[in-house]
Design a protein around this ligand. Structure first.
Ligand SMILES: [Zn+2]
Length: 221
């Protein structure tokens, strides 16, 4: 028999380990609702499970998709068993474990939009777009702070002159700027380490320019 079939509730109540978006660490999640899509042909079976999962620690809901098929099984001579390969994805994406900074809601809308796209690119394993996104984000911050200058280099220096950026911060931003240049012109992916450092610097910048001043306003009324 060949064709598509669907079943619901097959995996309800089962438990998976996944990184929780709120707890920010791996937690046990229970399947609250599920639908199974199955494709059969004479020599091939593919199954994809679509699941709404809930963190057993904090009740945050996420979406989990697990795909497997009869071609992805292999024989392991050591255990004398067949092992299968599962392709798992979780939404919202959090595979690389880069979480939004606390207080990100204080960011102005255009800065926040650019920041969220960079986080998605970092977590989605897209190092070219992430490198490019860091550069775009710096451009947006410069525009928002009315940095003067024709080039991004001049604008970063202007932010330093205005006291928005420290000397060390400006130096690092210049390095990030060239990282974005390479992404844009040579489609050269940035390394995980470069991106991680870039995001640490960007987080610091966003905190000192936007988040801390806003939080100070409400804390010291
Ligand atoms: Zn949780």
């Amino acid at each position: 028999m060949s064709g598509h079939s669907y079943e619901t509730g097959k995996t309800n109540g089962s438990v998976h380990k996944a990184v929780c978006e709120s707890c920010q660490i791996e937690q046990r999640h229970i399947v609250e609702a599920s639908a199974r899509s199955r494709w059969d042909s004479d020599e091939y079976t593919g199954i994809t499970e679509f699941e709404v999962i809930r963190c057993l620690n904090c009740d945050t809901l996420s979406f989990r998709k697990e795909a497997s098929n009869s071609e992805d099984y292999w024989y392991d001579p050591e255990t004398e068993e067949y092992t299968s390969h599962f392709d798992v994805s979780v939404y919202p994406n959090r595979t690389a474990g880069r979480f939004k900074i606390d207080g990100h809601y204080h960011l102005p809308p255009d800065v926040r939009a650019a920041y969220e796209e960079v986080i998605s690119a970092v977590n989605g394993g897209q190092p070219i777009l992430a490198g490019l996104g860091v550069r775009v984000l710096i451009e947006v911050i410069c525009r928002d702070r009315n940095a003067a200058g024709k080039s991004l280099l001049a604008k970063i220096d202007d932010l330093k002159a205005k006291g928005v950026l420290t000397h060390a911060g400006a130096d690092i931003l210049h390095k990030l700027r060239s990282m974005g240049n390479e992404s844009a012109h040579e489609a050269k992916p940035s390394s995980d380490k470069q991106i991680s450092l870039a995001m640490d610097v960007v987080d610091n910048l966003l905190q000192s320019v936007y988040i801390h001043p806003n939080e100070a306003k409400s804390a010291f009324k």
